[in-house]
Write a protein that binds this ligand. Structure first.
Ligand SMILES: [Zn+2]
Length: 402
């Protein structure tokens, strides 16, 4: 018998994360009449009809309840794009009042969701959209960045009840001080780069220096505290050209190619599954911006594309998880070792703080259908894989009905 830890929970081929940028206490008055229009809300309208959250739940999550969403939240007054905005925007910190706190806390406490950190204001407005400066590019030292992060984390905790465990750079932009500021602020995980790009004609071209897809689309670590770096690997708009009516000639050709074109697009997902890499689907909570332009990707425009992606994944061996669930498993996996005692028993060595966290084990050369845990409970072995909690003592492979 040989036992080893699975790369991902339940021996999945890939973890799947829906990452939603810019859930905030913000609303863009797209009609200019003080009434909420679909797509205007970023979270300010909570669960109201036409709100962003209601759209996400009704149109996407109701079809695929297994999907987990990690929201990246600018916790302060999320700024717009322009010094002189075209559209009126309301923006408040997430702890502005009891109703706001209650809303953000209720999202975070839902087992399908997690709120993560995404700066305070998101950056500084400019005369034009091109002159917008992203938040982590504004800091002139690690101390400068840490002070703002500390203030932001206090707002987060005041609203949500605990500190955020992870987050993402605004616009994936960072400078020489950024990684240290994350490392020293106590985050367990972070999203540093838009890892896809360059080889596709996409507007987002920001990535790290890693050009090998086999490592670039996998989790990495950085900093003295080994922060788990979760890659951003898939655009939620992936299937837009084929799933949505498109009046342009390009769109018509895409539709003519029909299934062939879809298959070509789906190769991106196949690649990640085949190599057991991270599938993190990138979206924004809303299309609206105060300069009147459309933010992309966004869940309104990409709704059908997301349906296509989740439909494709529905019969695949994947693990739907949040950022913190992924980071936790990676840490458990990397810091646990299996000590085989004989042909039917083993022990697990792990840091004390991981006790009762689950690890997935693959056993080869064993016909056992169950494992008896040190606390005497039984766990099933399915297709040679078992998910067991970390405990002190011996784990026994149970033969027959044992
Ligand atoms: Zn953002």
């Amino acid at each position: 018998m040989h036992i080893e830890a699975c790369k991902w929970y339940n021996d999945a081929h890939s973890p799947v994360l829906l990452m939603m940028d810019d859930l905030a206490n913000t609303w863009v008055d797209t009609k200019g009449n003080g009434e909420l229009e679909l797509g205007g809300d970023w979270g300010y309208h909570k669960y109201a009809e036409q709100s962003a959250m209601q759209f996400l739940m009704d149109r996407i999550l109701s079809q695929y309840p297994e999907v987990k969403v990690t929201f990246f939240v600018p916790v302060g007054e999320r700024v717009g794009i322009l010094e002189q905005p075209v559209l009126n925007q309301i923006s408040l910190p997430i702890n502005a009042d009891e109703e706001s706190k209650q809303f953000f806390r209720s999202v975070h406490e839902d087992s399908r969701f997690e709120l993560a950190y995404h700066g305070t204001t998101h950056g500084r407005v400019g005369e034009s959209a091109a002159e917008f400066v992203q938040e982590w590019s504004l800091f002139s030292s690690v101390e400068d960045a840490r002070e703002t992060i500390q203030a932001g984390m206090s707002i987060f905790r005041d609203a949500v009840g605990e500190f955020p465990q992870g987050g993402k750079y605004c616009g994936y932009e960072s400078n020489d001080f950024s990684d240290d500021s994350i490392d020293e602020s106590g985050f367990t995980w972070w999203c540093r780069y838009w890892n896809r790009g360059q080889n596709e004609q996409e507007s987002l071209n920001i990535r790290g220096s890693d050009h090998n897809p086999l490592t670039n689309y996998d989790v990495k670590r950085f900093g003295k505290n080994n922060v788990v770096d979760i890659p951003s690997t898939l655009n939620g708009a992936l299937l837009n050209g084929v799933m949505l009516p498109d009046a342009s000639w390009k769109g018509r050709i895409k539709r003519m190619l029909g299934r062939g074109y879809i298959r070509w697009k789906l190769r991106q997902i196949d690649y990640l599954l085949r190599h057991r890499l991270v599938i993190s689907i990138q979206e924004h909570i809303a299309p609206s911006r105060d300069d009147g332009k459309r933010q992309s990707p966004n869940i309104l425009d990409d709704c059908d594309s997301l349906m296509g992606i989740f439909g494709y994944l529905s019969d695949k061996n994947v693990w739907h998880c949040t950022g913190s669930e992924l980071a936790r498993y990676v840490n458990v996996r990397d810091h646990t070792s299996v000590v085989q005692l004989n042909s039917h028993s083993f022990k697990l060595l792990y840091p004390l703080s991981f006790r009762e966290q689950e690890i997935s084990l693959r056993m080869s050369g064993s016909s056992s259908s169950r494992i008896r845990l040190p606390n005497q409970e039984l766990r099933e072995v399915k297709n040679g894989v078992a998910n067991v909690p970390l405990q002190d003592g011996e784990y026994f492979m149970v033969e027959g009905d044992g």
